[in-house]
Design a protein around this ligand. Structure first.
Ligand SMILES: C[S@@+](CC[C@H](N)C(=O)[O-])C[C@H]1O[C@@H](n2cnc3c(N)ncnc32)[C@H](O)[C@@H]1O
Length: 234
């Protein structure tokens, strides 16, 4: 299912989960992320997996209010998000450091978007249906440099996970939280090289994340060179 911006979320879902509407306000989203430990989570994700170098060309899909920029060196940055309130906040705070487009990432026009060193999708993939993911991965293949990488971070279902972990995933605004196999199947149907790792210690609450690194050629920059599908500390 496509992401629903504030005015598109069905009354039924809003009635069941009233905080969805609140979370579309950038300040409330940022406070919620901070309370859960989002700062440390982002810092580790950027440090261990994005591995951005000054001058890299970076595309941030589902960029939200653009908070990732706080963790990046001086890069050539483009952020895309479908929620107008997030894009307004990102332009207001980071307008000098990058370009922000208010658009759906799956259908966005590719003109002017190309030759990226890194494409990042932080907490986006679980908002997209399988068909949308496949379309997006194909688009990313076209937009990456030959030796570029796509890096994703999402909540993940694992057998026997903590009740609170499962509950958080059930309540997520994204309706497509998958298992490791589910995410991997989609990614490997488009990218020849996919490395995945599970992390259970990135937030202050019990929560399982999956990080995937997708590329056309085997990468030397990431922290691992082999396909990796096990629980590890970041
Ligand atoms: C959980 S937030 C993550 C925001 C940010 N990447 C972060 O890590 O804090 C998911 C974001 O994806 C955006 N999003 C979901 N579906 C989208 C789509 N089809 N096109 C563009 N943005 C989308 C939402 O508006 C939201 O900002």
């Amino acid at each position: 299912m496509m992401w629903l911006s504030d005015n598109q979320i069905s009354q039924q879902r809003l009635g069941m989960y009233p905080w969805y509407k609140l979370l579309s306000f950038p300040t409330i989203y940022k406070l919620a992320m901070r309370a859960l430990g989002g700062h440390a989570c982002r810092a580790r994700f950027v440090d261990r997996y994005m591995l951005a170098q000054p001058g890299d060309r970076i595309l941030d899909l589902g960029c939200g209010p653009g908070d990732l920029l706080d963790y990046l060196p001086a890069v050539d940055y483009v952020g895309i998000d479908v929620e107008p309130k997030y894009i307004a906040s990102a332009r207001n705070r980071h307008g000098e450091r990058g370009t922000f487009l208010c658009n759906d990432v799956v259908s966005v026009n590719e003109e002017g978007l190309h030759q990226f060193d890194i494409i990042v999708a932080s907490a986006l993939i679980h908002h997209l249906s399988d068909d949308e993911c496949i379309k997006l991965f194909h688009k990313c293949r076209r937009l990456l440099k030959e030796n570029g990488r796509m890096v994703t971070l999402d909540g993940c279902r694992v057998p026997g996970q903590h009740m609170l972990d499962k509950w958080m995933l059930d309540l997520d605004r994204g309706e497509h939280v998958r298992t490791l196999e589910g995410y991997m199947q989609l990614a490997t149907s488009v990218f020849p090289n996919v490395q995945a790792s599970l992390h259970s210690n990135l937030l202050r609450i019990p929560y399982t994340h999956i990080v995937m690194e997708l590329s056309l050629s085997l990468q030397k920059r990431g922290p691992h060179n082999l396909k990796l599908t096990h629980m590890r500390s970041m």
